[in-house]
Design a protein around this ligand. Sequence first.
Ligand code: SF4
Length: 335
Amino acid sequence: MEDFPRDTLLSVKSLSVHFPLPDSETAVRAVDAVSLELRRGETLALVGESGCGKSTLARAIVGLRGPTSGEVWFDGAPMAPLGTRARRALCRRIQMVFQDPDASLDPRRTIASAVAEGVELHETRSRGAVERRVLELLESVGLDAALRARYPHELSGGQKQRVCIARALATRPDLLVCDEAVSALDVSIQAQIINLLSDLRDRFQLAYLFITHDLRVVRQIADRVAVMYLGQIVELAPTQALFERPLHPYTRALLAAVPNLDAARREPVAALSGEVPSPASPPSGCRFHPRCPFVMDRCRREAPRAYERGQRSARCFLVESEFGQNADPEFGATS
Ligand code: SF4
């Protein structure tokens, strides 16, 4: 077994997910050779515009989609193939919370039944023990026990998302993958759910892979941030460092697009213009070059490597002189 740092929980190694186009030699390269590491108890935010590949990456990590190439390691071992007993056992330790609780909850099942399903799938318990565990889980997400007999349509959006979180916790996971888990909620409810997730992380030593397009949410919850563009990670940094000094022009533009986000402390940056190119035919050289205000001739011909220094990485020639030649072609795995 290869060396695997003890505090590393998840390691994504050069993972690609490509979707072949019918009657064509080409494929949509939704995720292209992405590498990432996530430590125990850490929250890593994955950000980028819609269609950048972040949700596809999340689904490949939890096993809802098979990768085209690359590997996912969890707790020191490669993930077993989809459909195997070993993989099903591992699923207990990685749970997912989706954006839309209505799509996640069966309208015909009570709240208690929805949460109990998660308990019963992974533990053999007496009926009384399951009921006690359901009440414990509802309490842990701040829901009154009286709600257990209700149906999803009788709950608010925030309450339904709490039920989804309780159900995800039922298997005692080590990692929660939250895919836009607060995006559909009102701002005040969003803040409550973020606080809840922070409390749960500390209480149960959970790690989060937090997928969102909302940089305000990122700043509230994440320890580190990975920025995705057109299937690749273009910048990775501790949250505070990224907000104070974004290095990649794409990250700068994303931050500049959010009003009142300490913009006065950073250099002014032109807003993002143009459409995101198709991942079926990404631009030559740097994938961001058609939209980059700093584009150079070299950017059109040559794809930048990921330049790394300390906990920071950026896939851009602009940091080459600052970061030197310390580049990792697989990008993203910092310790
Ligand atoms: Fe812009 Fe060139 Fe950097 Fe790409 S490599 S982000 S085009 S400056």
